[in-house]
Design a protein around this ligand. Structure first.
Ligand code: NAD
Ligand code: MG
Length: 363
């Protein structure tokens, strides 16, 4: 028997939308046509994902005006220049302000296609069809869209909420293991920052999840989407609570920056970053050594790095951490653990705990 899709609402008043999660959704034409209501459709994908799944959209929308663009693969393509051929295709095909954009891909395509939708003719609707675990649990939900600038990641963008998110679990079958693990870092993040019950569940089911057990994956994606939806509904523009989603990210971004983006995957850097946040929280006495080790063990069991590369010294860490968007008045704000499943954003900590945590990298 086919399982009914799971549905999670993102409660944003008139802009509320549904995240639909299930296996085989891309073969469900009725669902696709319900979620994408426009007569004119522009699908954006990349050269890896497009050949695998674009045809499903093409056939579902055969009766409508349908255009598509497949960009080269890679984070490097998440830049303004890559948007131009997408706009060209839309204009050449005569797509009007009533068209809808579909983002078919991981976070790179979701962020870029979302920003295309935010800006084409001053804004058109879009639907996210995330194809990585990371995109399903994180980037496709919440309305942050944008591209990178040579001087910084995600420096150009807009808040633009999708009309729907369609997460077809079957597409994860082709996702490389390393990308699955990287997505699992963000999954663990939700548990550590605010969902203690989910943390218990993950500890019991992490092996099933890493083996891509369908029931485990469905549960994980729904649970993470519920967590993200609640945070986004409470703080759409990140004036408060949404910053908790940066657990592990201040340390992690420093690892990515110091390494040169692309060497470590984002999720790998965030995994090591969360372990650093746990170690620092333990140094502060906010969590016990046993709790710290619980967090680190879970990260390790997901096949993720638990230590930053040992050639990044404290000075280099500080250089990159100083650029963090959360900082106010020169104070370094960090997401730290007051307990497992209870994170806080604060600049109110003993700086010696940070120093010791940075010093300990490489030892
Ligand atoms: P990605 O989009 O680069 O995808 C990772 C790799 O997997 C790519 O090579 C892609 O082609 C391939 N791939 C995707 N789906 C596949 C599938 N089903 N089968 C086979 N291969 C597949 O990376 P990502 O990790 O999904 O996203 C990272 C991006 O997301 C970053 O740019 C990051 O800034 C952004 N992000 C945005 C938000 C947000 O709130 N908007 C949140 C987190 C991350
Ligand atoms: Mg992240």
């Amino acid at each position: 028997m086919k399982d009914e899709p799971r549905r999670v609402e993102v409660a944003l008043g008139e802009r509320r939308y549904l995240i639909v999660i299930g296996r085989g959704l891309l073969d469900d034409r009725e669902l696709l046509r319900d979620c994408v209501s426009a007569d004119e459709v522009m699908a954006v994908s990349n050269e890896t994902v497009g050949p695998l799944y674009l045809e499903r959209l093409e056939s579902a929308f055969a009766a409508r005006r349908f255009a598509s663009a497949c960009l080269p693969d890679g984070e490097h393509e998440k830049r303004l220049e890559s948007m131009l051929p997408v706009f060209d295709t839309m204009l050449v095909n005569g797509l009007s302000r009533d068209c809808q954009v579909i983002a078919l891909g991981g976070g790179v395509i979701g962020d870029l296609a979302g920003f295309v939708a935010a800006t084409y003719q001053r804004g058109v609707d879009f639907v996210q069809v995330p194809t990585t675990l990371l995109a399903m649990v994180d980037s496709s939900v919440g309305g942050k869209t944008g591209v990178n600038h040579p001087r910084g990641k995600n420096m150009i963008g807009a808040f633009h909420q999708p009309r729907a998110v369609i997460a077809d679990l079957a597409v994860l079958d082709t996702l490389p293991d390393r990308e699955l693990r990287a997505g699992m870092a963000e999954v663990i993040k939700y548990a550590l920052l605010g969902d203690r019950d989910f943390l218990d569940w993950l500890e019991a089911h992490i092996d099933a999840a890493m083996a891509r057990d369908p029931a485990a994956m469905a549960f994980i994606i729904e649970r993470c989407c519920r967590n993200k939806a609640a945070i986004v509904a409470a703080d759409e523009r990140e004036s408060g609570e949404r910053a908790l989603l940066n657990l592990g990210h201040t340390f992690g971004h420093a690892i990515e920056g110091a390494r040169g983006y692309g060497d470590w995957l984002h999720g790998e850097a965030i995994a090591a970053g969360m372990c650093m946040a746990a170690r620092m929280s333990a140094r502060l006495g906010w969590i016990s050594a046993a709790q710290r080790d619980r967090a680190i063990t879970l990260v390790e069991r997901a096949g993720l790095p638990i230590r930053a590369p040992d050639d990044i010294g404290p000075a280099r860490f500080r250089e990159f951490m100083a650029r963090d968007k959360k900082n106010r008045n020169g104070e370094l704000r960090l997401v730290l653990l007051r307990n497992l499943g209870d994170a806080t954003v604060t600049a109110d900590y003993d700086p010696r705990a940070l120093e010791a945590t940075l010093e300990a990298v490489g030892h």
